[in-house]
Write a protein that binds this ligand. Structure first.
Ligand code: CU
Length: 464
């Protein structure tokens, strides 16, 4: 069966996709002013022998940092030069639904040789990222996760910047890939990588001016690992969380209380670089069952700029509507196990071959399954509270596309009310999140441990 048959048989319209001609018209030739992204196979040296069969946007390097500016239109032309299907998602960006990159829900998968042009104007500045939403497990595990920086449209107080893309690879000693998922992992906390990298390097060191104020953008793009991070005793400040500026003073994470950053989550720090030359600020991970690990280091070079951490000025707020909690309607979602089931119907976007997980006791039947309705339908412009209940012992970073939300309470901890797109649910945790349903469309809603997502912990929410 060819991909076109999905269109002809009407499967694509079961999600309310509308006429498939809209999709076909998107499969156009790229224009000269587009940023051209070519999904292709790559090789890279992690160990003694180069690792083959990576997926990236160049033949021998990690996916690049893509930059845009708030309020400025972007055109990203994505050509598929692999033999698998694909589709690109821009994580955290509140953009039109048709540009969200979710197969069968917002577009058809991009076939070998085809190009899909994504056009949108980012409404919010901050640290975001991109990854495929079709063949998600295999393409992400093989490298296709990159950072997207949307710059502010006004001056900021930083002298320099460093982007850190944290992700693991599962490799043999000779550099070949190990199996990148397992039934055992999928049914528990996921299958963890054994080579921990920052920007595909192991403990890289980056030079920045001594005494400068640096913006450190840390993004966890891993398929599995919940990172636990801190900066040792560096002078620093958390300035943004999951893209959005942080207004309040948050306690800095420490060895004893590291910051949990789940797959999909981001944290921006303002860091005061040491005054003396050749000193380092380390980004440190305290992971269960592992020795303390330096993920990346920032090394001071040159004459000191003699800045002070108090020189950091607040970032401009993003234009996110704040919910009216008194009038918000409540919807409940339970994330848990499900009896082991067969392969979901993922069309051409890949299945692990079984289901273990569910939302509201129903495992996601697959991206291309017929007659799959939304988990909830929200009226455009209204405020809602979504109660997210984890009834499993495993942690789940729950991501909602297209909208920003704020946690308002947890049964386990004090959560600062920071705008986000991904809520990390701890064991047995219930978090209420609140939002204004102001972006119409069908928005994917799923766990960002990709083995959980691909074995049932997925669905979508409709905003009318
Ligand atoms: Cu999960």
């Amino acid at each position: 069966m060819k991909r076109r048959d999905f269109i002809l048989s009407g499967s694509a319209t079961l999600f309310g996709l509308g006429a498939s001609t809209t999709m076909a018209s998107r499969l156009v030739q790229s224009t000269p002013d587009a940023q051209n992204l070519v999904i292709q196979s790559a090789s890279y040296q992690f160990r003694d022998q180069p690792t083959q069969n990576l997926v990236s946007l160049s033949p021998n390097a990690p996916p690049p940092v893509i930059r845009g500016k708030v309020g400025q239109p972007m055109q990203l032309s994505v050509r598929n030069a692999t033999s698998d299907y694909t589709a690109m998602h821009w994580h955290g960006l509140r953009i039109p639904n048709a540009m969200d990159g979710v197969p069968y829900l917002t577009q058809m998968p991009i076939a070998d040789g085809e190009t899909f042009v994504y056009e949108f104007t980012p409404p919010d500045a901050g640290t975001y990222w991109y990854h495929p939403h079709c063949m998600t497990m295999s393409q992400m595990a093989h490298g296709l996760t990159g950072v997207m920086v949307i710059e502010e449209d006004q001056e900021t107080s930083f002298d320099s910047e460093q982007v850190i893309n944290l992700r693991d690879f599962r490799l043999k000693e000779n550099g070949e890939f190990l199996p990148y998922y397992s039934a055992r992992g999928a049914a528990r906390s996921g299958t963890h990588g054994n080579v921990l990298t920052a920007n595909w390097q192991q403990s890289p060191v980056y030079d920045h001016p001594a005494g400068s104020i640096l913006r450190l953008r840390v993004v966890n793009t891993d398929t599995t690992r919940i990172h636990r991070l801190h900066l040792g005793n560096a002078q620093a400040k958390i300035i943004a969380w999951d893209g959005h500026p942080v207004e309040q003073d948050l306690a800095l994470p420490s060895k004893e209380n590291p910051l949990f950053v789940g797959p999909g989550q981001r944290v921006d720090f303002a860091v005061l670089m040491p005054t003396d030359e050749e000193q380092t600020v380390d980004l440190i991970a305290e992971l269960p069952g592992r020795r303390t690990q330096i993920m990346a280091s920032l090394r001071s070079v040159g004459a000191s700029l003699s800045r002070d951490i108090k020189d950091v000025t607040p970032l401009p707020q993003n234009p996110v509507a704040l919910p009216n909690i008194e009038q918000a309607e409540l919807h409940e979602f339970v994330f848990g196990w499900t009896p082991e089931g067969g392969a979901p119907n993922d069309g051409y976007c890949g299945s692990l071959g079984y289901t273990f997980w569910s939302i509201n006791r129903t495992p996601w039947p697959g991206d291309a399954a017929p007659a799959t309705g939304p988990l909830a339908t929200l009226e455009r412009g209204k405020s809602y509270i979504l109660r997210l209940r984890n009834e499993s012992p495993n942690l789940h970073p729950i991501h909602l596309h297209g909208l920003a939300f704020v946690p308002i309470r947890s049964n386990l901890r004090d959560l600062p009310p920071l705008l986000t797109d991904t809520a990390l649910l701890l064991k047995d945790e219930i978090i209420d999140i609140a939002l204004v349903a102001d972006n119409p469309g069908d928005w994917a809603f799923h766990c960002h441990v990709i083995e959980h997502q691909k074995t049932g912990l997925a669905g979508y929410i409709r905003v009318t």
